[in-house]
Write a protein that binds this ligand. Sequence first.
Ligand code: SF4
Length: 326
Amino acid sequence: MEKKKILEVRDLKKYFPLGKGKLTDDKPCVKAVDGITFDLYEGETLGLVGESGCGKSSLGRTILRLHEPTSGEVLFEGENILTKNKKEMRKLREEMQFIFQDPYSSLNPRMNVFNILSEPLIAHGIYKRGPELDAYIKELMEKCGLPSYYCYRYPHQFSGGQRQRIGIARSLALNPRFIICDEPVSALDVSIQSQIINLMKDMQKEHNISYIFISHDLSVVKHISDRVGVMYLGSMVEIADKDEIYSNPQHPYTKALMSAIPIPDPTRKTQMQVIKGEIPSNVNTPSGCKFHPRCPYAKDVCKTTVPEIKEVKPGHKVQCHFAGEF
Ligand code: SF4
C-alpha cells in the first residue's frame, strides 16, 4: 500500500536580513534555510541531523511559520499553509505542534500543569472548564507517565524528564497529526532520554503521528527515525531510509558524520574521518558546492557549480557531483 504524504516541503527558503530593515536583493542576509525539498509520510519519523548552525531548527520553525518563510511551499495534506491567514493558521495549529529542547523555559512557571495542558484546549474551543476537561487532562497526564494527582503542581516542582513529559502532553493535547521535535531529549540524562523516546514512539503508534525529529545526536536519531535527512549550511545534502544512510552514506559530509558515531567495539576497523575546518558562515556561503572548502574529494567543478540532487537508489537522494562514485 502506498504511504500517504502528510507534509510536502518545496524549495523552502528562510533568509534573515542582517541589520535593520527588510530583506532586499542587495542586502547581506543569513541563509538559514536555503531551498529545501522533502516529503513526510503519515506515521513516520524523519530525523534531521547536522552540525549546530546548519539550519535544522530554523527549518522546523519555518515549516510551522514560527519564522515567516522567504519563499517556497509547505503543503500540509495537500494545502499550502503559507497562503493561510492568521485565523486559518490558528485552526491548522491544532494539527501541527512543536516540542522544544528546554522543557523548563517552554513551560510558564506561573501556571500549574492543569492550566498548562488545558489552556490550548480552551483557547481552541475544544473544551470548556468542567468535569469533561478535568477527566481529559487526567487521562492525558497518565498516558504520558505523569500521575494525575500532580496536576496542581508547578513546573519547578518536576525533574527535567517529568517536565519534558509535560511538554509532550501539551503537544498531544490537541490530537495533532504532525509534531516537530527540536532536540527534545538533549537536555536530559541518557537514562531519561530512552524513557522519553519510548513514550514518543508509543504515542506515535497510538495516534499515527508523524514526527520531524531534530537532533545533533546520531545515535538517538538512528533509534527513533524511519528516514534521516542530513543538513549542511541550510541545504539538505542527503536523505534516505535510516538503515541505508547509516550503512551506505554517499555524501562526503554524511560519511564523516557517520564515521564519528561512537561504537563500543575495540576491534572496529573503520577510521574516523575528521572534517577539516569550521562550518563556514551562512552569510557568505561558498560558491558551487557549499561543502567544497572542507571536502577531501573536491574537484574544480565543485567550486563553481551547485550540484544537482541525484537519486542514487530509490528514495536515497544526494546533493553531490560525484554521488555513487566514491
Ligand atoms: Fe565534495 Fe564536490 Fe561532492 Fe561537494 S560536490 S561534496 S565538494 S565531491
